[in-house]
Ligand binder design. Structure first.
Ligand code: NDP
Length: 449
């Protein structure tokens, strides 16, 4: 991909100069700016109001020390982040990632993507992201709690139900959200919807846990329907075995697919008879163990060390649900050579720009993350609505709204792509549809920020 438009090229060159070495961030921006070329050429007001210069720059970045004590009594120091990227259409909203790889580039790429994803949901949410380079692996419950409390003891002054509403992401599930919420409530002396992904019965929404994985399959289903096809009888490969992957497995299976491979950062399992999501839940959520222990439950399955190999497993549908840049050009070509028919991103930016290009060139329908995995944040938006109203909707009510939102997102992306004469290019369509709403809100609100 290359940016041709002069205005966009200049903005991007300036960004590269100001953010040297931030490769994930620059990759995410390059993809969006490339998609926006047809719009910038048709809308001179976007250039006049310098919307692109403004939208690539976060409104605010908070970086802070997180100091906590481990079980041996040693003081540990981590770095915490919150990138409050854009609040033109609603309070900042985006997850908290706890992983040793977390750095400013990763926080900014995730926050930037979140602006357009949240816009696509049709709900009033701005974009943000946060996290820490804390590694939850191998930590005791007590250590996780002390870290989360220390993290929130700084973050609480920057967030609020109408300001910035964090949620889960890699390494942050219901347990961590609970510890953070408890600390926020203590410090602020208020019970508000400041975090989403809360426990059901304590302000949480039914179906939030399942939402990203389910939403991914609802979106993929729309891609299949557009090709007059269905999940029925399809083999599916899903990378990762966390929140998104687990519930993507459940929904893909319910819709008639067979999930034959899943992974974690140590390697992947292959089970030609289909992987039962309940076994994955037991291993990951209850035992907090590694993926190879699947063989204790299903001895006929195989385990292969190294996570990249999962993309050599032949499948009809590939759903990358682990982390950024997990499918490079080589893996994309392996999938294509083995006959993959559809690809949809459950993780954020799991495909490199070259991998995306390879799928598109091969004519394979490709669902980009900011559209395909928006079901999680959409349901977080529904959790915020329920919190504001002091009401709880049933699982079926939330799931029905989620399905409708994913259909709407698919339609918005497909329509936007068709309008710029790039029918079927959901990458371009999602970027344009997500961008226009935010750009119009920024123009409407004036040039002072
Ligand atoms: P989890 O922490 O629940 O699971 C992450 C999974 O990915 C684990 O299996 C983990 O393996 C694997 N993984 C993480 N980092 C790496 C890595 N560097 N290399 C290989 N494997 C890795 O996270 P989620 O399921 O919540 O998130 C997965 C992806 O989906 C992320 O990109 C996230 O941003 C995105 N997403 C999540 C949403 C949500 O609602 N949770 C919403 C929208 C997007 P291991 O345990 O070995 O580290």
């Amino acid at each position: 991909m290359a940016i041709n438009n002069e205005y966009l090229k200049n903005v991007y060159a300036g960004l590269c100069q100001r953010n040297p070495g931030e490769k994930e961030f620059l990759q995410a921006v390059e993809e969006v700016l490339t998609s926006l070329e047809p719009i910038v050429e048709r809308r001179p007001d976007i250039v006049k109001h310098k919307i692109i210069d403004r939208i690539v720059e976060p409104e605010r970045i908070i970086i802070f020390r997180v100091s906590w004590t481990d079980d041996q009594g040693n003081i540990q120091v981590n770095r915490g982040y919150r990138v409050q990227y854009n609040s033109a259409i609603g309070p900042y909203k985006g997850g908290i990632r706890l992983h040793p790889s977390v750095n400013l580039s990763i926080m900014k790429f995730l926050g930037f993507e979140q602006i357009f994803k949240n816009s696509l949901t049709g709900l009033p949410m701005g974009g943000g992201k946060g996290g820490s380079d804390f590694d939850p692996k191998g930590k005791s419950d007590a250590e996780i709690m002390r870290f989360c409390q220390a993290f929130m003891s700084e973050l609480y002054r920057h967030i609020g139900a109408d300001t910035d509403v964090p949620a889960g992401d890699i390494g942050t599930g219901a347990r961590e959200i609970g510890y953070m919420f408890g600390m926020y409530r203590k410090l602020r002396n208020e019970f508000t919807g400041v975090l989403t992904g809360k426990k059901v019965g304590a302000g949480g929404s039914l179906a939030r846990t399942e939402a990203t994985g389910y939403g991914l399959c609802y979106f993929t289903n729309e891609m299949l329907k557009a090709a007059e096809d269905s999940f029925e009888g399809k083999t599916v490969v899903i990378s990762g075995s966390g929140n998104v992957a687990t519930y993507a497995n459940q929904k893909a299976t319910q819709l008639g697919g067979k999930v034959v491979a899943m992974s974690d950062s140590s390697g992947y399992i292959y089970d030609p008879n289909g992987i039962d999501y309940r076994v994955i839940k037991q291993i990951k959520e209850v035992n907090r163990a590694r993926i190879h222990t699947y063989l204790d439950y299903v001895p006929t399955a195989t385990f292969t060390p190294g996570c990249k190999g999962i993309w050599t497993v032949p499948c009809d549908i590939a759903l990358p649900c682990a982390t950024q840049n997990e499918i490079d050009e080589e893996s994309a070509n392996a999938l294509i050579a083995n006959g993959v028919k559809y690809v949809a991103e459950g993780a954020n930016m799991p495909c490199t720009l070259e991998a995306t290009k390879a799928f598109q060139t091969a004519g394979i329908p490709f669902g980009p993350a900011k559209a395909a995995n928006a079901g999680g944040v959409a349901t977080s938006g529904l959790e915020m609505s329920q919190n504001s109203q002091r009401l709880n909707w049933t699982f079926e009510e939330v799931d029905a709204k989620l399905q409708q939102i994913m259909k709407n997102i698919y339609a918005a992306a497909a329509d936007a792509a068709a309008q710029v004469d790039m029918p079927g290019n959901l990458v371009v369509g999602a970027n344009i549809a997500g961008f226009l709403k935010v750009a119009d809100a920024m123009i409407w609100q004036g040039d002072a920020f």
